[in-house]
Write a protein that binds this ligand. Sequence first.
Ligand code: ASP
Length: 453
Amino acid sequence: MIVCKFGGTSVANAEQIKKVANIVRANPERKIVAVSAPGKRFGDDIKVTDLLIELADAALNNGDVSGKLQIVVDRFKEITEELGIDDSICDVIAKDLQERVALDKTNEFLFIDNIKASGEDNNAKLIAEYFNAIGLRAKYVSPKNKLILNDYPERTIALPEAYENLKDLGKGDEVIVFPGFFGYTREGILRTFDRGGSDITGSILAAAVKADLYENFTDVDCVFSANPKVVNNPVGISEITYREMRELSYSGFTVFHDEALMPVYKLGIPVTVKNTNNPSAPGTKIVPTRALTGRPVTGISADSGFSILYVSKYLMNREIGFGRKLLQIIEEENISYEHTPSGLDDISVVIRSKQLTDEAEERIVKRVKEELHADDVYFRHGLSLIVIVGEGMRNNTGLAARATSAISRTGANIEMINQGSSEVSLVFGVLQQTENQILRALYDEFFAPITVG
Ligand code: ASP
């Protein structure tokens, strides 16, 4: 059985949904289809999820609720009209939205989740209806009482019972259309995953039914070895390991949500990233292991929005528990960290800046000074991480030297270097304004002049 997930641009309008139907029809093994909310139809279009966030915001702040609600309904109306299906589904969608807007607003986050989730939920209903209208037998299935999630405010994850509840999905004759992005707690409270979270839903479904393949349909032919918006015509990746993909999507490759591999990874279910607009292209295959080809580097990613906490203390290395106490202070601020490169008398903690507030920073600096008696403690902001990823790097000497000299040729300074113990990635912390220049230099170093993946 194949589980497929279609992202926002793949279901953005009637024309795209017709392509989805053709893809599902082309292979009877495609029994479960997870869908996103309608995404962008053109460059500066607004995704339905963003329209819904605006609607939730209006409902919370006495804004123009009916106007915003109508904009969402109109998006669905346009799709139904162009698909030529019964437009009574638009009344169902309008009623559903009105009910959601009237829900309890005590917990704003859960209220927003409820509104946001309607994009996928209603789109799944609409797509199931279209499939049936064209003779492709299909059934909408709600995540309710099935995709069980942990409680708010923990980071949203599926509980083990979700897999048990979903294990028989797709065993009937019809194609299951399942909304991505959300589930329910044991108490029946709706929660969403992070943005882009329909990838996670698809992966959970694939793991639950022990699918042979999880196909993730998007709007590019494959995963590229570097951001095509920055690097001219980067090499496409035909095969990549879970670990490589995880490293790359963590640090900037947005084609696949970085948490989405977890459920399938555990079972070794292969994943392909494919293009709805060009389904015959082979796409990128994500696999547990792969034969190492001549090129040691598989991809280079870059992501901005990082801060570094620098801490130095003379004879730090002699002090038992220094690292633990430092990380505990950060934990007590409810902040997660990305890397902790260290020297003999200093340690840096790399943090995503969006987690920090001025107050939290002040508290951290004060506590590290007072409780750990550090000599010097300060934050730096405006950093980017550039990550060079490749299973082949382990067996390759001189790679770090090549990377640092390529960076030095740009004249940019390296603020931090970190190599994970698995040696699958090499991370550089650099100033945000030098990110693109460095990415291009590293790409030229490791990929040019080879042009076939
Ligand atoms: N619609 C949601 C978003 O825009 C989830 C998804 O498409 O995966 O983030």
